[in-house]
Design a protein around this ligand. Sequence first.
Ligand SMILES: C[S@@+](CC[C@H](N)C(=O)[O-])C[C@H]1O[C@@H](n2cnc3c(N)ncnc32)[C@H](O)[C@@H]1O
Length: 251
Amino acid sequence: MQRQGVPALLAQLLGVVSAGLLAWVVPQLSRDVWLLAIAQGIAAALASRALSQPAWWWPMHLLFLPAVLVASTLHLPSELYLAVFILLMLVFWGTVKGDVPLFLSSPAVVEAVAEIVDDERARRFADLGAGVGSVAVPLAKHFPLLAVEAWESAPLPWAVTAFRSRSLPNLAVHRRSFWECNLAGHDVVFAFLSPAPMPELAEKVRREMRVGTLFVSSSFAVPGWAPETELEIEDRRETVLYCYRIKENMT
Ligand SMILES: C[S@@+](CC[C@H](N)C(=O)[O-])C[C@H]1O[C@@H](n2cnc3c(N)ncnc32)[C@H](O)[C@@H]1O
């Protein structure tokens, strides 16, 4: 998976250089620090796009310097910045490396996944990137005989899921990357990630999942695979669940 630290820094630097050039060409602009910050943000967002960063980086680049300026006018204690930084790091742990940030599945998605688990008569279920347990916890509660495994690499979401699992003996929560898990034992595997890891994840699914089991990807289809079913969920995001039956010779 593509690491995002270097392209993010490069995009910000290109934004600074572009804003500097703009101030040099139009000297009046150098007196308006807000305009320069906005110009830097626009240039950084465009650079981020040119560097093929995932879409959620563009607004961050756009708003980064203007947000720094706004914060500097508030005269907040410096410890607060450190605390917010640590909090964000604990939640969005792998995002800089290219992992997917935290978004939560809706209750309607959880209901649909529960129906799938029921229809499949699944005995073992995995959530790859479990977040705060929005799917894994209600499923484990609803199906006491279902063995649920939740994989989450970000410390804070993992801690929340682990805490929520304390009275659920059928829910195992791992603070590890799902790339390290083996999918061979699961009847239904669920993932709500992003388009970026799908080709590599499809390869893992194809290699490890047993024939006849089901891989469910929320919102993001596997390129080149025909889903057995596409469930359209009536939630705010209009989520689609792509359900892939594992067959011999999947390409
Ligand atoms: C979009 S959220 C989905 C959360 C939950 N499954 C749900 O449906 O509500 C994706 C989660 O995957 C986690 N994640 C991303 N890459 C991961 C990896 N390689 N291993 C484990 N967790 C990962 C992120 O930290 C984030 O919490």
